[in-house]
Design a protein around this ligand. Sequence first.
Ligand code: MG
Length: 386
Amino acid sequence: MRLEGVELLRVDLALRRPLGTSAGTHLERPVLYVRVVTDQGDGWGECGALAQGTAVDPALGSVWRSLAGGGVGRLVGAAAARGGELPAASSVAALYDDDPPGRLSAGAVEMAVLDAELRVAGTSLAARLGVPGCDVAVGAVVGIPTGRDLGALGDAVDAEVAAGTPRVRLKIEPGWDLGPVRSVRERHPALVLQADANGSYRLGTDGEDDAGRLGALDPFGLACVEQPLPAADLAALARLADLLDTPVCLDESLTSLRRLQDALRSGACEVACLKPSRLGGLLAARRAQRACVDAGVPAFVGGFFESGLGRSANLALAGLGGFTLPSDLSEPGRYLVEDPCGYPEVREGRLVASAAPGVGPAPAPGALGRLTRERAWFPASTPPSR
Ligand code: MG
C-alpha cells in the first residue's frame, strides 16, 4: 500500500446540550480527523481531543499544531524510508513522543493507518482484535445540569434508564455530590451507578480534606467513584482508596501504559477507565487492558464524546475480556446534533461491533462538506529513485 498523502480535517459538531463537568462546561465538539490516502484507498482516524484542554489532556488546537508542525511529517518520513510504502499500524506509536500531544497524535494517526490496513484486508477491527460478534454493555454519562437542578438530573437519568442503559455515571464535584447521588439512588435502587469527580476533591492539601465528603457516598452502593483527586498524586489516591468503601476508579491519571502500571502497583487503581486516545492509541489500550486483567482490576472503555468513527473503534475494543463494566458507548446521536459517521443502534443497553472492514464508518462526504472548518493536505514525499 503506497502512501499518497495525509489530510487533517477539523469538523465542528454541535452538542445537543451543554455538557457540565467539574472541569468546565463543553458547548461544542470540534473533531479532528486524520485521513491517510493510499493507492488502495483511504483510512480514517479520529482524535479524542476536546475544544478545551485540561491539566492532563491537550486541547484540539494543540494536537492540530503538533500534527501539522511535524507529526504528520513523521508518518510521511517513515513511508519515504520504506520506499513509499505505508508503515504498519503497529509501528506508528513509536514515531511519536511520549507526551500528551504526542500520544493524542499517535492515537489518531495509528487509527487511520489501521483503518486503511483493515479495509484492504477486508477485516473488521473486532475480528482483528479476536472479538467478532462480541456483545457489550453500554453505559451512559449524565453531566451536572445547568443551575444544578435536581429535577433536570432526575429526568436525564430516567431517560437513560428508559432507554435500557444498565449503568449511569454521574458527574459530581464538591457541593454537587451527596444530594444528587442520594436522589438518583432513591429513584433507581438497582441501577449500576458510578460517580465521576474529574479530580475535583482534595485530600489533606491546601488545608482541605474531602475524605469525609466522599465517605458520605459509601452507603449508596456506587460501583466506583472515578478520579476523586487530581491525576498526578497517586499516593494520595492510594490513601483515599484505603479510606473509602467505594472502589476508587482512575481515569485522568491513566495517561500511558507506564502510568497505569505505576497506579496498579500503588493500590490507587481499583477500577480503570481506559481511553485509547489518551493512552496513545487502540494498540496501547489493548496492552493496558491486559495489564488490568493481570492485576485483577475491572475496567471499562471511557469516551471523549466521539463521533461514530472513534466510538466504533472503542466499541470493538470493549469486546476484549477484562472490560467487565459497561463502557461509554452510547450513540453519538444522543449528544451530537449530527454525527457525520453513523453508529449502530443500542438495544436494551447492548451493542455488537460492526463486521464491516475497517475501524469504523468513515465520515460521509456530504456531512464533511458542510461541517469542515479547516483542512490541511500533506503530500507523501517522493521516494529516492533507485
Ligand atoms: Mg472520567
